[in-house]
Structures are given as structure tokens and as C-alpha cells.
Ligand binder design. Structure first.
Ligand SMILES: *Cc1c(COP(=O)(O)O)cnc(C)c1O
Length: 487
């Protein structure tokens, strides 16, 4: 595959910049800071540039191309109106240092969005600074720490169920705490007895997602909350699965103290390519004073929105300015288009779609925990193992049949797991086609296992060495690397 550097021809340009009509008295950059040799940039025409990146984009999979049932990631279709609204000049060109008086609309938008998210989660206040779910987790843990420290009660250990997302234990370590794992029971839920055993006055709190990563609702959540609060610990809600419960049940009513939301998942922003996200964090009244500064406030007498930096107990800043504002603008457009009733339908249909697909494939891909699921379910490809076929083979073959694979080998507690989240935006026809493709793969596992081993064959590159790719991260192209790779 060619890189843009391979297309470079000395002297080619994609644009011409006219000469300045005036003489420069003094060079803008002092001569000792100027480069001696120009950087090695590719020199290409506009035509080559557009062609190169358009072709490259066509080699990739995207939600705008087809279904993307990647469990835990909520890869729903993102309505284009969100993009249009976020690119309105008044939002897009706004400078973070703009006077408050000139940015009243943007502040009002943040304020309104905060009210909406507080209502959806059953919390008091929300910060928009965190840039992703994992960043929200760290923010929440720092709030937990500030809370315990303010009580003169330094604690050490955060409880995490064994089905948790990998970012949870990573965030706990980053916040300077220790992790203690809580096992799941045979229902796939937190083992209440084991949790109660682990509880004492050294426990900071627990991080839970509900529904959990197995797509199951933690039915004992009120008991868990009561037990945790009785030893002075806090409950953190990993809101990555909010898509299953909006308008139905609220983390605040379940007993949670802190919630993060992944706006790029639930509130419809294109994600997965490493681009910007938003992981706002919501808290109950007793934790409000620890939120990052500044917060948007509204002065009713003068009818003015403003930034309030005066928060003496705040954990401080967690992001420059006010987080990824453009993602909040997309989320706001999405929320305003749907309204409260619409968001409720989103969750109802996400759950309906998951259950519909589940019933199509369950005879061939048994569920780790049979029965109704929430917005996603975890199947296992374990029974193909004796045929020499693994979950990864099923996933790769699905690419050849025109679908993005589900999440494989996560959560870790299920052997050969396939974690499937169709989301509410896929039609019945698409779900039928996806189900049919998975059933076809199940037949192929019996009749033609080699077909599965060699998949994908329809993509520009076949199987990658995933372990090497993860261990030897080399993301930056250099001429030296190119030479090394081409031998
Ligand atoms: C996606 C996800 C996260 C991490 O969120 P990011 O926005 O990717 O940082 C955390 N927990 C769960 C359950 C998730 O699915």
C-alpha cells in the first residue's frame, strides 16, 4: 500500500499562496530559530491528495458503510444533523477565551445540557471537562479521594467486578489506589456475599456498570449500594452502558454517587478512530463541591451565564478550557432532536434489537448467561473449539460477509466470548442479515473450517499479527521505517 510520501514529487503543491504585497521589515521568526533544512513533507497536487485519502478511507470500515455490532462500544449511526449543528460558525469558531458576554449562547447550551444529563442520571451537577470515559473515571476517583480526605479518612482499595472494562482498574491505579476484584456469581452478576466479605472501612468505593458488561442488569444494586454506604464507601457508575436505560431507570435512584457518561457512545458522536470524545462526570449534592473548576452558572437577576472559578474544594482542572466542546455540541443536537421521550425509545429499541438478534443466533452461539439481555449480549463460540475454530475466526469471517465483527475475548470471564451490541439504529432487515451471516459461519465451522481460518479475504490486508501490533506500537511513519519494512 502506498503512503502519501510515495506519491511525493519535488515541487508539486496542493495550493498556491500568493506573495505578500508588502516588504517584511523584520522577519517574523528570529533567524536563530529558523530551520536550516525544510521538514521532509510530501509534495503532492490537490488531485493526488484527495485521491489518496479518499481511496484510503474506502479501505476502512465505518458505521456509515454498514452495521458495527462491536459490543461495549455503542457504535450507533450518528445523524448528520449533529455535525451540521456542531459546525455552525457561532459554535465552531468560538474561542475558549471569548468574553462571556459574547458567548452566552454556548454557555446556555452547556447549562441546558448539564440540566438534561443531571436529570437522566439522577445527579445534581455535571462537569464537561473529561475527554473520554476513562478520563471521567479518573476524575471520579479523584473526587472520591477528595471526599475521603476531607473526612480525614484516607482509604486504599477500590472494588471492581471481574467482568469490568479494563479502563476501570487502570484508572484506579492512576489515581493511586489499589484494586480488589469482586467475583461474579453464576447469574453473571456481582456476588453479593463476596462483596460483603470484602467490605470494611478501608474501602474507597466500588466501580460498577449497570447493565454490566455481560449485558445483564445488576438486580441487587440497591443492596450493593446500602452495603457500600454502610462502611462509608462510594459507588461509581461507569455509564458506558447508559444506552440501555435512558429514561427508564437512573443511577442516582439506584444509589450511585458518581456517574460518567460517554457522550461519543450514547449521544451519537463518530468514535473508534481515536478522535475526540466527551466523558462528562455527574455527582450527587454531597460531592458537588469537589467537581473540577470552573463550572457554568446562571445569574437569574441579570439573566447571565458565566464561568464560576471559585471552588475552593475542587479537585482542580482535569482538561484545558472546558473539555471537547464540539462533542458536547453534537450531543446537544442529538438530545434536542429526540427529547426525553425519544431518548427513552432509543433505550427501548436498543434492548429490543439485542434481544431480537439474540434469539436468531442463540441455538448456534449459546449465551454465557441465558435469558433476556439488555442492550447487548455475550455469546460464546466455545463449541467450535473442537473443530479447531476460534472466536477470532468467526469475527474475521464476518468481515468477508459484510459486517464489522463483534467484540471478541471480552469480557474475560467468558471463554471464547463474542460480545454483540447491534444498537437501536439497525433495522430489522439488517439484524436478519447479520443473524443469517452468523448462522452461515456456524455451518461453515463444521463443513469448511479452513474458510474461517483464512478469513478475511475481501480486505486490503488479511490477518494481522495482533500481538505484535499491540506490543510494538509504531504509529509514526518515518523514511527509516519505510526502508525497514520494504527490506
Ligand atoms: C468504552 C468503555 C469505557 C471507556 O470509555 P472511553 O470513552 O473509551 O475512554 C469504560 N467502560 C466501559 C464499560 C466501556 O464500554
Amino acid at each position: 500500500m502506498q503512503t502519501i510520501f510515495d506519491l511525493s514529487v519535488s515541487g508539486r503543491r496542493a495550493s498556491t499562496i500568493p506573495q505578500a504585497g508588502v516588504e517584511e521589515n523584520e522577519p517574523a521568526i528570529p533567524s536563530h530559530l529558523l530551520r536550516k533544512t525544510p521538514p521532509a513533507l510530501p509534495e503532492v497536487s490537490e488531485r493526488d491528495l484527495v485521491q489518496h485519502y479518499t481511496r484510503l478511507s474506502q479501505k476502512n470500515w465505518a458505521i456509515d458503510v454498514g452495521a458495527y455490532p462491536l459490543g461495549s462500544c455503542t457504535m450507533k449511526y450518528n445523524p448528520k444533523i449533529n455535525e451540521q449543528i456542531a459546525s455552525l460558525p457561532g459554535l465552531r469558531n468560538l474561542h475558549p477565551w471569548q468574553n462571556e458576554a459574547d458567548a452566552q449562547g454556548a454557555l446556555a447550551m452547556l447549562w441546558e445540557m448539564e440540566r438534561a444529563l443531571a436529570e437522566i442520571t439522577g445527579m445534581k451537577r455535571v462537569t464537561f471537562q473529561p475527554a473520554a470515559g476513562a478520563h471521567g473515571e479518573l476524575t471520579g476517583l479523584l473526587i472520591m479521594r477528595a471526599f475521603h480526605q476531607s473526612n480525614g479518612d484516607p482509604r486504599k482499595t477500590v472494588l471492581i467486578p471481574d467482568s469490568a472494562h479494563g479502563t476501570n482498574p487502570a484508572s484506579v491505579r492512576l489515581a493511586g489506589y489499589q484494586v480488589r476484584q469482586v467475583p461474579s456469581d453464576d447469574r453473571g452478576l456481582v456476588d453479593l456475599a463476596a462483596l460483603e466479605d470484602a467490605l470494611d472501612e478501608t474501602i474507597v468505593g466500588i466501580m460498577l456498570t449497570n447493565p454490566n458488561t455481560l449485558g445483564l442488569f445488576e438486580k441487587d444494586i440497591e443492596k450493593i449500594a446500602k452495603a457500600m454506604h454502610s462502611v462509608g464507601g462510594l459507588l461509581y457508575f461507569d455509564g458506558a452502558n447508559l444506552n440501555a436505560i435512558m429514561g427508564k431507570v437512573r443511577p442516582g435512584d439506584m444509589g450511585f454517587d458518581i456517574v460518567h457518561m460517554n457522550l461519543h457512545k450514547t449521544f451519537s458522536t463518530p468514535h473508534g478512530g481515536g478522535g475526540p470524545g466527551a466523558g462528562p462526570v455527574a455527582v450527587t449534592e454531597r460531592l458537588e463541591r469537589f467537581l473540577p473548576a470552573p463550572m457554568v452558572e446562571f445569574d437569574e437577576s441579570s439573566c447571565n451565564y458565566f464561568w464560576d472559578p471559585d471552588r475552593p474544594d475542587s479537585i482542580g482542572r482535569i482538561h484545558g478550557f472546558h473539555g471537547n466542546f464540539g462533542i458536547v455540541a453534537r450531543a446537544y443536537a442529538y438530545y434536542r432532536a429526540l427529547g426525553g421521550e425519544g431518548l427513552k425509545k432509543v433505550s427501548e429499541r436498543a434492548v429490543l434489537n439485542a434481544n431480537y438478534l439474540r434469539t436468531i443466533i442463540e441455538s448456534k452461539y449459546p449465551l454465557a448467561h441465558p435469558g433476556l439481555c439488555m442492550h447487548e449480549f455475550v455469546s460464546t463460540a466455545r463449541r467450535f473449539k473442537k473443530l479447531g475454530v476460534r472466536g477470532m475466526d468467526v469475527a474475521k469471517r464476518l468481515i468477508d460477509l459484510g459486517f464489522h465483527p463483534p467484540t471478541v475475548y471480552f469480557p474475560l470471564v467468558v471463554e471464547e466470548s463474542l460480545m454483540i451490541e447491534p444498537t437501536e439504529t439497525e433495522s430489522k432487515q439488517t439484524l436478519d442479515a447479520l443473524g443469517k451471516a452468523l448462522l452461515q459461519i456456524s455451518d461453515e465451522a463444521e463443513s469448511e473450517p479452513d474458510l474461517l481460518h483464512s478469513a478475511p479475504t475481501t480486505t486490503p490486508v488479511g490477518r494481522l499479527d495482533e500481538a505484535r501490533a499491540a506490543r510494538q506500537l509504531r504509529l509514526r511513519w518515518t523514511p527509516e521505517l519505510a526502508k525497514e519494512l520494504t527490506g
